[in-house]
Design a binder for this molecule. Structure first.
Ligand code: HEC
Length: 635
């Protein structure tokens, strides 16, 4: 148990948290869930020691146990910032439910749920001088979204990156920005109007001046924004008639549009009413539509034999870009879940369920298609659309083809070896090998191929017209944090595949192959392999693998490792050209304490105008916490 899994697992909650990492997604922090706490203290409704627990059991649990539509499961409440939750009880959507509680009691419930006292957040001041505030129409966005281009190649052209391989070894810190109170930083930077836009753990989205890092504006969403911000495109110097918008989503499946000039809210839409629904994928903007994938954390409550497992189905929701109205919603599983039997406790089993969508779809404008990957089923029987790549019609969402990489994968946390009562574990019992990466559409002189990495460590290449398999290669050992976790990058016909192969102690260490690999997109041939050196030493929660997506510029691939190193690799040889250890304290403009840690989550570094923007800190699933946006440039 290298990472002290058993130690942490002396609380069932800690165990669930550790294991839910298998879902490529973020259940709660260090704190056991309310139900688990109640179970541990041997009481159904809170304990005398914690008045907040008793208040929660009396006034809140009936709706937040995961069975009431729209009401987020308690595991999501635990991930909220304390002050944001207090605001929702005092003046927000929960004011009526909390009206019987005194101010002190509201504070107690918040502290019980979030583990923190609700204090006014120590926001960095809006500290830009007037000449750093102006929205610059001469700086249009170069990113179509998460994958830099709509093909999800994560390739930044020379004219945008403006960083030569020769200058890379001289990169040094330009400025750093601290996300207050955060333990993880997994959004991705977007650029336009002279600003860098970025989300954060307490739900604050920032517009920072690109040159100096001062704060132009901030917008507070209700829950963590782990997606990047997708920007309205415009042509250089051409002022738009409509407001330039930024689109992003929060942890309880709300999609937002804000005015990029001011941070004012334009619309917000909740795209799924399931209590465990979440949005981890950065939305896609194409034409007048915003496409939001929906995922979930229902694998967590499923560990409880009294929970009717499972009722969530993954989907893609298309919204009108200007209004946020839902145009259509297409589920990854056509049939709605219904009772198919009872588990050994007499709790209903619901199926089909699962096949969540974790990451940003790929747009194929010429074929009029949207491609994305799915995760496993949650209950039995498994379907033919789980662990699959799907192609749907851009305009209507109608399915065109399905390529299923792994058949018969139904899994939830009840299947974990340490869960004493496995009543809700489906008979398929795994192997839990989601696609948390979107496929990249590779184009080489008019020849096209779709390349996708899976948590199993496999890479699949498909014909984009038909979904037929062209080649397949096993690159990593795989594991519940990948394998190929969150995304690859492409330069020309070369595909860069980051491998996590996290040492979670349940899989053979000898077969782990963490590192960066380059494959030919059309043949699958290995061009080079650079296994990650293990430089962790005695560092706690340090791991050499790469979980987050990587990013390419001409000649160089940037990769953030879970050991806290940001590395630049020569893209023709795999040689490491430069690295920096971000697991340390960093000086910030505001004087706010900033610390780096592991690189994790779905996003990755972005390179623009000779500078590299990377977010460090991943205080989940036994990785090193941190709260910093780092900007490196050559002198
Ligand atoms: C009658 C059912 C019900 C009860 C009782 C209830 N809630 Fe809620 N809660 C909901 C629903 C439904 C939502 C989602 C509202 C929405 O999305 O508009 C919600 C949302 C929330 C949110 C998220 C708010 C946000 O801004 O995103 C928090 C926090 C919350 N509840 C806390 C509590 C607490 C604490 C209690 C007990 C004092 C409580 N709730 C009692 C049904 C309930």
């Amino acid at each position: 148990m290298k990472h002290g899994l058993l130690g942490a697992a002396t609380t069932l909650g800690g165990l669930l948290l550790a294991l839910a990492a298998g879902a490529a997604a973020p259940p709660p922090t260090e704190k056991p869930s309310a139900e688990v706490q109640a179970q541990m203290s041997g009481q159904q409704g809170g304990s005398e020691a914690d008045p907040g627990a008793a208040l929660f059991a009396e006034h809140c649990a009936s709706c937040h146990d995961g069975l009431v539509e729209r009401a987020p499961h308690v595991s999501f409440l635990q991930m909220m910032a304390p002050d944001a939750m207090l605001q929702s009880l005092d003046t927000g959507v929960m004011r009526q439910q909390a009206s019987k509680l005194s101010a002190e009691q509201r504070g107690q419930v918040v502290e019980f749920l979030t583990g923190g006292r609700p204090q006014p957040p120590a926001f960095p001041p809006k500290n830009c001088a007037p000449d750093r505030m102006a929205f610059d129409w001469d700086d249009p966005p170069f990113q179509a979204g998460w994958g830099v281009d709509h093909s999800n190649r994560r390739f930044i052209p020379a004219g945008v990156a403006r960083l030569s391989p020769a200058a890379v070894p001289r990169l040094e810190l330009k400025w750093a920005f601290a996300f207050p109170g955060a333990t993880r930083a997994r959004s991705q930077a977007s650029f336009a109007g002279g600003a860098v836009y970025v989300g954060s753990q307490d739900g604050t989205v920032y517009a920072l001046d690109r040159e100096t890092g001062c704060v132009r504006w901030r917008f507070r969403a209700g829950a963590e924004v782990r997606t990047g911000i997708t920007l309205t495109p415009w042509q250089r110097g051409r002022r738009q008639e409509t407001a330039p918008l930024g689109y992003f989503s929060d942890l309880v499946a709300r999609v937002y549009a804000v005015d990029l000039r001011t941070g004012e809210l334009v619309w917000v839409t909740k795209v799924d009413d399931h209590p465990n629904a979440t949005a981890t994928a950065q939305p896609v903007l194409y034409g007048d539509r915003v496409y939001q994938p929906v995922s979930s954390l229902e694998v967590v409550p499923a560990a409880d034999p009294g929970y009717p497992c499972c009722s969530f189905r993954g989907s893609i929701v298309a919204l009108h870009a200007l209004t946020g109205e839902v145009a259509w919603k297409r589920y990854t599983i056509a049939e709605s879940p219904a009772e198919v039997g009872k588990n050994s406790h007499g709790t209903p089993i619901l199926a089909p369920s699962g096949a969540p969508v974790w990451n940003t779809p790929t747009v194929d404008a010429s074929r009029g298609l949207l491609y994305f990957g799915t995760g496993e089923n949650y209950s039995s029987p498994a379907q033919d659309t789980s662990d699959a790549i799907l192609a749907i019609d851009l305009a209507t969402g109608v399915r065109r083809w399905v390529f299923q990489a792994t058949e018969g994968d139904a899994w939830n946390l009840a299947c974990m070896p340490f869960i004493p009562d496995k009543a809700n574990c489906p008979e398929e019992n795994g192997p839990d090998v989601d696609f948390a990466s979107p496929p990249a559409l590779v184009d080489d002189d008019g020849r096209e191929i779709l390349v996708a990495g899976q948590k199993s460590g496999d890479v699949w290449a498909l014909d984009p017209a038909t979904g037929k398999l062209v080649w397949h290669r096993r690159v990593g050992r795989g594991g519940n944090q990948g394998g190929q976790h969150f995304g690859l990058a492409v330069e020309g016909r070369r595909v860069f595949v980051p491998i996590s192969d996290y040492d979670d102690s349940m899989l053979p260490v000898a077969e782990a192959r963490p590192g960066l690999y380059a494959l030919d997109a059309f043949t699958g041939e290995t061009l080079w392999a650079t296994p990650a050196a293990n430089v962790c030493g005695q560092r706690k929660d340090c791991d050499p693998g790469i979980s987050q997506a990587v990013t390419a510029i001409p000649g160089v691939v940037f990769a953030g490792h879970m050991d806290g190193r940001l590395r630049a690799y020569d893209s023709s040889t795999g040689k490491v050209l430069w690295e920096v250890d971000t697991d340390r304290e960093w000086p910030t403009l505001s004087g706010e304490p900033a610390r780096g840690g592991s690189f994790g989550g779905g996003a990755g570094p972005i390179v623009v105008d000779g500078r590299v923007y990377a977010l460090s800190g991943y205080g989940l699933y036994f990785h090193m916490p941190g709260n910093v946006l780092l900007v490196f440039g050559a002198p």
